[in-house]
Write a protein that binds this ligand. Structure first.
Ligand code: ADP
Length: 209
């Protein structure tokens, strides 16, 4: 299972005013870790998450996912690595609003060429794990914010990706829903999934943006 190793990773955004968003990040994340990235707005948290999730490239430094040096891997190898190893949870949930909930979960498996019956079974299993098994046929738009975010977690779960990357996954949720989402993420983590998220985990176990 992949260890994530960042060594002196820097990211500079070019433009009228170049910005050094990451100034030498060295960090090792072991499989099964639960990592919360905290800091002030504009501090580079999303940039770091995007680099970790292979959604963006570092300007310099080394980043290894398992044995793969991402700086020298081909674009195709990086795309494969991204889809095999990572699942993403965003603040806005990216669900198929007019379709039954199960479709949003199954879609992630369609990309991975899982046969239909197996997609349905895995989606149902993942939805049950996050406490939404009874809502699999409900139209996604009818769910509450917290339920929608749990569908996004079920989608990550169904793919079986070893690493889940989440950018302020509770940013749009009230405290009860936020707690339910964090509990689902913790359960995922207890089953061995690495969680890397942006957000502040409070003492009572909820997440503050
Ligand atoms: P955070 O997530 O901690 O709020 P970000 O990673 O979004 O911080 O941003 C870090 C810095 O990089 C900020 O100064 C931001 O303005 C800048 N930045 C982020 N994305 C871009 C971009 N695509 N182009 C130029 N500057 C950017």
């Amino acid at each position: 299972m992949p260890r994530l190793s960042l060594l002196d990773v820097r990211k500079r955004y070019l433009g009228a005013t170049p910005t050094d968003a990451l100034r030498g990040v060295t960090l090792q994340i072991e499989q099964g870790d639960f990592v919360a990235i905290e800091g002030p707005s504009g501090g580079g948290k999303s940039t770091l998450l995007n680099v970790i999730g292979l959604l963006d490239e570092a300007t310099s430094g080394d980043y290894k996912v398992g044995d793969t040096d991402t700086g020298t891997a081909s674009p195709r190898a990086l795309a494969e690595l991204r889809s095999d190893r990572f699942a993403f949870i965003f603040q806005s949930f990216h669900l198929l609003d007019r379709r039954p909930v199960t479709d949003s979960v199954e879609l992630a498996l369609l990309y991975r060429a899982v046969p239909r019956a197996e997609r349905r079974r895995l989606a149902q299993q993942a939805l049950t794990t996050v406490g939404l098994g009874h809502l699999s046929q409900q139209t996604a738009a009818k769910l509450s914010g917290g339920e929608r975010q749990r569908v996004a977690i079920a989608r990550a779960l169904a793919t079986g990706a070893p690493i889940v990357v989440a950018d302020e996954p509770t940013g749009n949720l009230d405290s009860d829903n936020s707690k339910a989402v964090v509990d689902s993420l913790r359960a995922l983590n207890e089953s061995g999934t690495t969680i890397v998220l942006v957000g502040h985990v409070t003492k009572d176990g909820s997440l503050a943006g």
